[in-house]
Design a binder for this molecule. Structure first.
Ligand SMILES: Nc1ncnc2c1ncn2[C@@H]1O[C@H](COP(=O)(O)OP(=O)(O)OP(=O)(O)O)[C@@H](O)[C@H]1O
Ligand SMILES: [Mg+2]
Length: 417
């Protein structure tokens, strides 16, 4: 079984609106991105998605804008939209992977102009103890079609500027030890998908063979159906969790099976009444999708979910957080999620505050600040109930009379600007 590196850190030296030093570390079982609208939460997920595409050898022209352009990978604004709007034409991303026995540092820069997008530079460095070695370093030559300068000299594979050298190593046959290690280390990225579940897409029959959960969850019925067949214990876990969600007595999950191999989820209440996906509540459908995604993710990967609590009643937030943490640990998966929910924050114990990362606008662009690095974090932790503090600020917009010297707005990135 593949194991996730102890630390995975995404660096965003030049990506959309991020400050050059912005980075997001996934060390915790759960990383919760919070912050005001437009502070870069979704941008960070897109950066991960793009990096994953590049690491697995995806080509640059396959990256398109969202909304049906037929691209293999959709990012808002396409590649041109990823370039910081500061007059430059270069975007750059980096990834650090660290384990007890060493670290890998990977960097890639892409130039985007009217001729299209090209890999501009790429580098992989291995740190083992005090030694640092360059596995490869590529730099585009001067002028169009001048090719790449590769260090150490290329081992005979053609280098193209529309996909990464790293991705080619993944698909090709480079047999160096470092390349093998690298292939192993980036395996967690191969599965990287950002789930953004839309109940309206889930209310349909799905071909039972489409069992890998799609980003919008349209095939949740097929994914759940396959889970029941291949991992009955995982299916039971989903069922147990779902039984706590709707305001009804014990529920069982079943399926309507059409003769053509199409299946649709249905929930059976203790009363014997059955409700299929067409009529289930939005919150229930999303909760099912989250739970099924957790059970069907490959061990050793990162599950990424937008607005994890959307549609869920605040009283269920604790159950959701508990389930995600429990399933993540069972599946050896880490979870990266965005949330706007005070109830989710309130569901965390002080020991879990390390999960919180606040996205906020700083002088040099968007920053991603771990909770414990915020000034005054101890004060809030002592107070407990983070969500309550945030809601109070957000609802009143004005400082309560007892407002402490700590700026809660800045702490949680919420309230009036
Ligand atoms: N190329 C770019 N250069 C500079 N800034 C950009 C660029 N593209 C997007 N942005 C900034 O990023 C913002 C969008 O950020 P994002 O979608 O990540 O917000 P969010 O934190 O997910 O918000 P919400 O909570 O509303 O979903 C834009 O409004 C803009 O300010
Ligand atoms: Mg967003």
């Amino acid at each position: 079984m593949v194991s996730l590196p102890k630390d995975l850190t995404l660096r965003l030296p030049r990506f959309k609106g991020f400050a050059p030093g912005a980075a997001l570390s996934l060390q915790q079982p759960l990383t919760l991105l919070i912050g005001r609208n437009g502070t870069g939460k979704t941008n960070a997920l897109e950066a991960f998605k793009l990096l994953a595409h590049l690491c697995r050898g995806g080509r640059l022209p396959e990256v398109t804008d969202v909304g049906g352009y037929g691209g293999y990978l959709e990012v808002r604004g396409g590649l041109p939209g990823c370039v910081p709007q500061d007059g430059g034409r270069r975007m750059a991303l980096g990834l650090d992977l660290a384990n007890h026995d060493g670290a890998l540092r990977y960097d890639v820069a892409i130039d985007v102009d009217e001729r299209g997008a090209r890999i501009a530079t790429e580098e992989l460095i291995v740190h083992e103890g005090a030694t640092q070695s360059v596995v490869f370093h590529l730099k585009a030559g001067q002028g169009p079609g001048a090719g790449f300068v590769v260090i150490p000299p290329d081992t005979g594979f053609p280098v193209s500027d529309d996909r990464t050298y790293l991705g080619r190593a993944d698909g090709g046959g480079e047999k160096t030890k470092a390349a093998d290690e690298l292939r192993e280390a980036v395996r967690w990225l191969v599965d990287f998908r950002v789930f953004d579940f839309h109940p309206e897409a889930m209310r349909q029959f799905a071909d039972h063979r489409l069992h890998q959960m799609a980003p919008n969850g349209f095939n949740v019925s097929a994914a759940a159906y396959a889970l029941r067949a291949t991992n009955p214990e995982g299916f039971r876990q989903v069922e147990q969790f779902i039984a706590t969600i709707p305001d009804a007595d014990a529920c069982k999950l079943g399926f309507v099976e059409a003769p053509n191999g199409q299946v649709m989820l249905e929930l059976e209440e203790a009363t014997g009444r059955k409700y299929d996906a067409r009529v289930l509540s939005d919150g229930t459908l999303r909760a099912i999708a989250v739970a099924v995604a957790m059970e069907t993710t490959n061990p050793g990967s990162v599950v990424t979910i937008e607005e994890i609590e959307r549609g869920l009643h605040p009283a269920r937030a604790r159950a959701l957080v508990k389930h995600i943490l429990e399933a993540g640990s069972r599946r050896d998966a880490r979870v990266l999620a965005t949330t706007h929910s005070p109830a989710v924050l309130d569901a965390l114990t002080v020991e879990q505050y390390g999960s919180i990362v606040v996205a906020r606008r700083g002088a040099g662009g968007h920053e991603l600040v771990p909770f414990w690095s915020l000034p005054g974090a101890e004060y809030l932790a002592e107070k407990g109930r983070l969500g309550a503090a945030e809601t109070q600020e957000g609802l009143t917009g004005a400082a309560p009379p007892s407002r402490p010297a700590v700026d809660l707005d800045a702490l949680l990135g919420m309230g009036e600007p």
